[in-house]
Design a binder for this molecule. Structure first.
Ligand code: ZN
Length: 161
């Protein structure tokens, strides 16, 4: 591995540790427009995700509560930061990119070009878990819970597995 690879890996690790230790948007949201509960029984992670939309149907606020491992907490924390200001369509498109990255593939340039560098950096850091299949469930829990929250046919409490 080159030195550059090492420093990138350190950066990714620092990002995940930082969000795992001091999660952002870790709070209850009163009167959320969308909410869902997600479980990852493999690891014991549980999150409650709440969203508020603004008048133009953009995500004004995303927050989460629950208990989980460092990866699931970091992923939920980064996701709530990423979602702010996004439309629901943007959010779903980002999930598709992240899902591919978690399978070990790089997003196409066309896909990547839709999103800002900060968002992609965070998703790239998390997608490092693709080397550890059990951890992928931890990293994707928040996103799968997001889809459940946005699905109008889904009950408010959803088990995502
Ligand atoms: Zn976990």
């Amino acid at each position: 591995m080159s030195e550059e690879d090492d420093s990138l890996r350190d950066l990714y690790q620092d990002l995940i540790l930082d969000h795992g230790r001091a999660p952002r948007n870790f709070q209850a949201l009163e009167n959320p427009d969308h909410e869902a509960v997600g479980h990852n029984p493999l690891c014991g992670d549980k999150i409650i995700l709440s969203l508020k939309l603004d008048a133009s149907r953009r995500i004004a606020q995303a927050s989460f509560q629950g208990e989980g491992c460092a990866i699931s907490t970091a992923s939920a924390s980064m996701m709530t930061e990423i979602l702010k200001g996004k439309t629901i369509e943007d959010a779903k498109a980002l999930w598709l990119v992240f899902e591919e990255m978690c399978k070990g593939s790089q997003p196409s340039e066309e896909m990547a070009a839709q999103f800002n560098e900060d968002d992609l950096l965070r998703l790239t850091a998390l997608s490092g878990v693709n080397k550890y299949p059990v951890r992928v469930k931890c990293a994707t829990l928040a996103w799968r819970t997001l889809l459940a929250a946005l699905d109008p046919t889904s009950p408010k409490s959803t088990k995502t597995e």
